[in-house]
Design a protein around this ligand. Structure first.
Ligand code: CP
Ligand code: NVA
Length: 310
């Protein structure tokens, strides 16, 4: 049995593979919009394991698998033996004998890595404390749809140096764009933590306004990620000046877009004026989770294809 290919971090794929995935996503999305069925994953089963809450990730993977002709099964920590201490390695061996592909949302990256090591089938990272590669896949696809290739462009990241920020840094290194990062003191981004090997693709800014100056895409995320709730009160104080507002969008490039992976908190990390304003593409960004992940599952299960491969 060949070792399966996994998608645990953004850097697990090459630039050429991303070029393919973005093209394929265009094809899959276009076909979906025309109500033309595409069932390359007929009879395949996706198992989705959630150790944290989700709306978009669950819905987009479950609907996506069904639209590709397969089915999806939802497991969570509360109702499965995972929450009662069954070793991840044992769960991986059992679950991957009964399914064709697995998506996991969990805490430490090491958990998904341990699962993948014992899995017979591809494993996809649906968010860990460290990374959120499926979201950045959707975000870059959304940027390409609105503004063309991301190569050479500048992304401004304002707020917490979290799983989204880390994944943006990995993507920038691989796909050749720049990230301007502005975080409050004490919450600085670390390239090694982001899994980067270089540092020339990002610049740190103390002032969030300066990070946004000249950016083609301005983006942020919650101040308190899942799993860090105990720090919420302190974070509300520390991040107060890191809200993306109309003044920040004003100094970005004309035509800059605003993105947020959602769920959002208006009046905290972003003003209502920005997220509900004309530069915001957050709804298209959310929808694109569906389309990119269909291309991703098809790629992991049957490789590169052209047209209708069913
Ligand atoms: N953006 C995102 O992953 O959303 P959910 O937490 O709702 O899945
Ligand atoms: N950084 C956030 C993203 C939620 C989709 C979290 O990890 O909670």
């Amino acid at each position: 049995m060949n070792a399966p290919r996994h998608y645990l971090q953004f850097k697990d794929f090459s630039r050429a593979e991303y070029d393919y995935l973005f093209d394929r996503t265009h094809w899959i999305k276009d076909r979906f919009k025309r109500y033309e069925p595409h069932h390359p994953l007929f009879d395949r089963t996706l198992v989705m394991i959630f150790e944290k809450a989700s709306t978009r990730t669950r819905l987009s993977f479950e609907a996506g698998m069904q639209q590709l002709g397969g089915s999806a099964i939802y497991l969570n920590t509360r109702d499965s033996q995972l929450g009662r201490g069954e070793p991840v390695e044992d769960a991986a061996q059992v679950i991957s004998r009964m399914s064709d592909i697995v998506m996991i949302r969990t805490f430490e990256q090491t958990i998904i890595e341990r699962f993948a090591e014992y899995s017979r089938v591809p494993v996809i990272n649906g968010l860990t404390n460290e990374y959120h590669p499926c979201q950045i896949l959707a975000d870059i696809f959304t940027f390409i749809e609105h503004r063309g290739p991301i190569q050479g462009k500048t992304v401004a990241w304002v707020g917490d140096a979290n799983n989204m920020c880390n994944t943006w840094l990995q993507a920038a290194e691989l796909l050749d764009f720049k990230v301007h990062v502005s975080t409050p003191p004490g919450y600085e981004v670390e390239p090694e933590q982001a899994g980067c090997t270089r540092t020339d693709h990002f610049v740190r800014f103390d002032d969030p306004m300066e990070a946004c100056r000249g950016a083609d895409l301005v983006t942020t995320d919650v101040w308190t990620s899942m799993g860090f709730e105990a720090e919420n009160e302190e974070r509300m104080r520390d991040f107060a000046d890191w809200q993306v507002d109309a003044d920040m969008m004003q100094v970005a490039n004309p035509g800059a877009v605003f993105m947020h992976c959602l769920p959002a908190h208006r009046g905290e990390e972003v003003s209502a004026e920005v997220i509900d304003g004309p530069q915001s593409v957050v709804w298209e960004e959310a929808e694109n989770r569906l389309h990119v992940q269909k291309a991703l599952m098809e790629f992991l299960l049957i490789g590169k294809v052209e047209g209708d491969c069913a």
